[in-house]
Every structure is written in structure tokens, then in C-alpha cells.
Design a binder for this molecule. Structure first.
Ligand SMILES: Cc1cc2nc3c(=O)[nH]c(=O)nc-3n(C[C@H](O)[C@H](O)[C@H](O)COP(=O)(O)OP(=O)(O)OC[C@H]3O[C@@H](n4cnc5c(N)ncnc54)[C@H](O)[C@@H]3O)c2cc1C
Length: 461
């Protein structure tokens, strides 16, 4: 479109949109980024990844100082916590990071538009009554929590993850509906701070999609920490009482679960409310997703979509990678997003991290596979740190020797998984990892050892 206000307008400033806007500016585009929130960073920075990890850190520090140090010969007495200070720290971390993005926008001369964007026609949006045209658009409007029809969020007694990240006080009891990563992470935060937490999950396992062995081990660990689970259970009814919420559930052991607050963490759905996609002739699926081709193009070739609003895992790093790839495509470069090497992490204690195929997926693909496992209890560094609950499992292709998947449970799994990401991305073999010299003593040696075990020569196996 000649004489457009901008070459590119990015709608949404989450990890998909803000990263796309910065990359576009780096590549010389005249770019604007619009968000309806007063702060940049989207779900991830404001009400997702970052505040949840800040609360996980504070609650973990309290838990470890209270219970785990004695075994290392350290006596900590009268350990307590200051909940308002924990919340203030979380808010401060969020503020620093969102302000950081605002500085990056300034440095890159990105025009920031504050308000809700709505398409007027395929080439024009309206924000706060003002119209802006662009040659190309990227929609990165993310997702929102799914409510239960009979338990709408009030963020006081019926919480979404957003409400659970900003409670005014630690509740005595909490029911979490949904044992996905958001559910078990927030269950962990409040359990560590003294809440009696019950998790209700429709499926027979927690954290769906995770390698079965690791999911089982995670559940056992969380149960040992005091979280009660009802698996294979459906919530059929919810009654709001004066001091809490009473849920009717379908479960052999129990028919009712009462708690002061209920966190509904049953998933998230794509968010396009108010965008007026019809005016732009952009299609959506029945589930509300924006379908895109292999180059992130929607049904309108000059309008792209990335992140939670399109198909695929709802993860911040996936959104960012798509943002970079979409913009580089616009600039005529040839980027790729390798969906096989997008890692997934659950920040519980123990942490769980995985990338690539699970054993079940690799077997179902018809390949002959090799698997190898190395337990942290045989790892020298884990002995020193006391992080003995954990293992590394690798899945490889017997015919080519290539790594197909890596699955970690245990301390620092979130950091160690990057070795698997690079290995998968670069098509490394189990032998490459088994023969790469890993520093000693480190937990990462367990990755090397698991690969050695898969190939039949584990030194400590
Ligand atoms: C509690 C919680 C914990 C999480 N933890 C992790 C984690 O540890 N790791 C991880 O990878 N992922 C995590 N996620 C998921 C992650 O936050 C999302 O996958 C990620 O934010 C998606 O990025 P996005 O850019 O697609 O969308 P979003 O981050 O949702 O950003 C979309 C933005 O678009 C704006 N917007 C929407 N409509 C309009 C409009 N019409 N006009 C203007 N602006 C609009 C919104 O205000 C929002 O700022 C977590 C999510 C939650 C809720």
C-alpha cells in the first residue's frame, strides 16, 4: 500500500509481538506495535511466565530454608516469610522487565500505540479513535484463560492464573482444577506457603504430553510434598459459599471438594476479541485460532499471525521464534522454526523439561528406537547438592543413531534442556552427546551418561 503510515504494524506486545517489532526495526522497517495493556510484554511478562517464576522462586527459597538445609549441616531456625514482600518483589521484577522492553522500543524508534486495535479494513486499524495504515500486519494477540461455564472467574473465589498471581493473602485451602503446567506450578507456590492444595484432573496423569515416566515421578514428588490429587475426576458442579467454594466431582474416592478458593487452570484459548477480523477478511477456526500457512500468512497474504493465537504449543519462546521468523520472511530472508526442537518446561520441584519425541511418540512413529536413562542419585554433583530426585532419559533412532527426544526431571532441568535443544536442532546423534566432554562434577554429565547407556557403554551404569 503506497503512503501507508507504517511498513509494519504489530498487534500485541507479548513475547511474540514485541520481539517481532524489535527484529523488524533492526531490519530497517518503519514499525509500530500496539497493545491494549499499559505495559509491554503481554501475558508472559505481566501475568504469566515471569510473575509465576518469581513466586515459585520465593516459595522455593522458603521451603528449602525451612526443610532441606538441615541435611547439609545448616541449621535455620524460626524461618518465616512476608507475603506482601513476596508479592512486591514479584511486581518489581515484572516492572523492571516491562520497562526494559519500553527502553528497547525507544532505542529502536518503534512507535508504541496504546489501546485496543480493531481492523477497519484489510489495510487499516483503529486505536482509540485514530486510524493507522500499514503495508503489512502481524497479529500477535495471544490467548486468555478458559473458564468453566458454571464457575465464571470473579478473581476472588474463582481464580484464573491472573488472580492466583495476585492474591491479597495466602489462602488456607485451594482447589486447583487442571494439572497442566500452570496448575501444578501455582499449586506448588501456595502449598509451599502453607495452603492445603487439592488438584483435580480429568485425565489419568498430570502434565499431559509429558513422557509417562517423568509425569509419574513428578506426581509422586508433588504428592510427597503434600498436594492431594484426584485424577480421572471431573468437576460437575460448583457452589459459591460464604467462605469458600464447594465442588461436586466424579471420583471413586470422593464426591465433594471444598476450599477457600478455586483456581481454574483448564487451559487457554486464542484471543481475538475486538480485533474485528471480519473487516480484514482474516479467517479463524471454530476454536478461534487464526490459521496460517508455513510462512505465517493468514487468509490475507499481507496479514501474518504468530504465537498463542495460532496453532502449536502456547509457549513464550515459541511465540518469539515465530515473531523473528515472520519478520525475517517479510525482509526476504529464509528463516525456519524447527517445531521438533521447541522445549517445554514445568518449573516445579523437581523441574521437568523435555524436547522432541517422548518414548511413546517415537515408538508410534514406527521407528526402532534406543533409550537410555541416567539417575541423579548416581551423579556426583547431585550427591553434593542433595538434588537426588531426578533423571535424564534420551530417546534415539536406532537406524541413524540420531537423538529424537530428551526428557529431564530434577534440579536445573530447565537450564540443562538447552543441550537437547541444540542437539536436536543440529541433528546430533546419541554418540555425539555421549562423546562430548562434559564438565565434572555437573548434573549435565547425566545427559552424557544417559546417551552412553543407550549405546551400551554407561561408565557408571
Ligand atoms: C501463569 C502462566 C505461566 C506461564 N508460564 C510460561 C513459562 O514458564 N514459559 C513459557 O514459555 N510460557 C509460559 N506461559 C505462556 C506464555 O505466557 C504465552 O505462551 C505467551 O505469552 C504467548 O505470547 P504471545 O505474544 O503470543 O501473546 P501474549 O503474551 O498473550 O500477548 C498478547 C498481547 O496482545 C494484546 N492484545 C490482544 N488483543 C489486542 C488488541 N485487539 N489490540 C491491542 N492489543 C491486543 C494483549 O494485551 C497482550 O499484551 C505462561 C502463561 C501463564 C498464564
Amino acid at each position: 500500500m503506497p503512503n501507508a503510515d507504517f511498513q509494519l504494524i504489530v498487534i500485541g506486545a507479548g513475547p511474540g509481538g514485541y520481539v517481532a517489532a524489535i527484529r523488524a526495526a533492526q531490519l530497517g522497517f518503519k514499525v509500530a506495535c500496539v497493545d491494549k495493556l499499559p505495559t509491554l510484554g503481554g501475558t508472559c511478562l505481566n501475568v504469566g511466565c515471569i510473575p509465576s517464576k518469581a513466586l515459585l522462586q520465593s516459595s522455593d527459597s522458603y521451603e528449602r530454608t525451612s526443610h532441606s538445609l538441615k541435611e547439609q549441616g545448616v541449621i535455620a531456625q524460626h524461618v518465616t516469610f512476608d507475603f506482601p514482600a513476596i508479592m512486591q518483589r514479584k511486581d518489581g521484577i515484572v516492572r523492571t522487565l516491562v520497562d526494559g522492553i519500553a527502553s528497547h522500543f525507544k532505542r529502536h524508534s518503534i512507535t508504541r500505540l496504546e489501546g485496543s486495535a480493531s481492523f477497519v479494513n484489510p489495510q487499516e486499524i483503529e486505536v482509540n479513535g485514530k486510524r493507522y495504515t500499514a503495508e503489512q500486519f502481524i497479529i500477535a494477540t495471544g490467548s486468555e484463560p478458559i473458564p468453566l461455564p458454571f464457575l465464571p472467574f470473579d478473581e476472588k473465589q474463582i481464580l484464573s492464573s491472573t488472580g492466583a498471581l495476585s492474591l491479597p493473602a495466602v489462602p488456607k485451602t485451594m482447589t486447583v482444577i487442571g494439572a497442566g503446567s500452570i496448575g501444578v506450578e501455582l499449586a506448588s507456590v501456595y502449598r509451599r506457603l502453607g495452603t492445603a492444595v487439592t488438584v483435580i484432573e480429568m485425565l489419568d496423569t498430570i502434565t499431559p504430553g509429558m513422557d509417562a515416566a517423568l509425569s509419574k515421578q513428578l506426581q509422586q514428588s508433588l504428592k510427597k510434598q503434600g498436594i492431594e490429587f484426584f485424577l480421572g475426576a471431573t468437576v460437575t458442579e460448583g457452589k459459591i459459599l460464604k467462605n469458600g467454594v464447594s465442588l461436586a466431582i466424579n471420583h471413586a474416592r470422593q464426591s465433594r471438594v471444598d476450599a477457600e478458593v478455586v483456581l481454574v487452570a483448564i487451559g487457554r484459548k486464542p484471543y481475538t476479541t475486538g480485533l474485528n477480523l471480519k473487516a480484514a477478511n482474516v479467517n479463524t477456526t471454530q476454536k478461534g485460532l487464526i490459521p496460517v500457512d508455513g510462512n505465517f500468512r493468514t487468509s490475507q497474504p499481507h496479514i501474518y499471525a504468530i504465537g498463542d493465537v495460532i496453532d502449536g504449543p502456547m509457549l513464550a519462546h515459541k511465540a518469539s521464534h515465530e515473531g523473528i521468523a515472520a519478520v525475517e520472511l517479510l525482509a526476504g530472508l529464509s528463516p525456519t522454526v524447527n517445531y521438533m526442537s521447541i522445549p517445554n518446561v514445568v518449573y516445579t520441584d523437581p523441574e521437568v523439561a523435555s524436547v522432541g519425541m517422548t518414548e511413546a511418540e517415537a515408538t508410534a512413529s514406527g521407528r526402532k528406537i534406543l533409550t537410555g536413562t541416567s539417575h541423579f542419585r548416581g551423579n556426583a554433583r547431585a550427591r553434593c547438592s542433595g538434588d537426588l530426585t531426578g533423571l535424564v532419559k534420551v530417546v534415539g533412532d536406532e537406524a541413524t543413531g540420531r537423538l529424537l527426544g530428551m526428557h529431564l526431571i530434577g534440579a536445573h532441568a530447565s537450564e540443562m534442556i538447552s543441550e537437547g535443544v541444540i542437539a536436536l536442532d543440529k541433528k546430533a546423534t546419541l554418540s555425539d552427546l555421549a562423546h562430548a566432554c562434559h564438565p565434572h562434577p555437573t548434573l549435565s554429565e547425566a545427559i552424557m551418561e544417559a546417551c552412553q547407556q543407550a549405546l551400551g557403554f554407561a561408565i557408571h551404569g
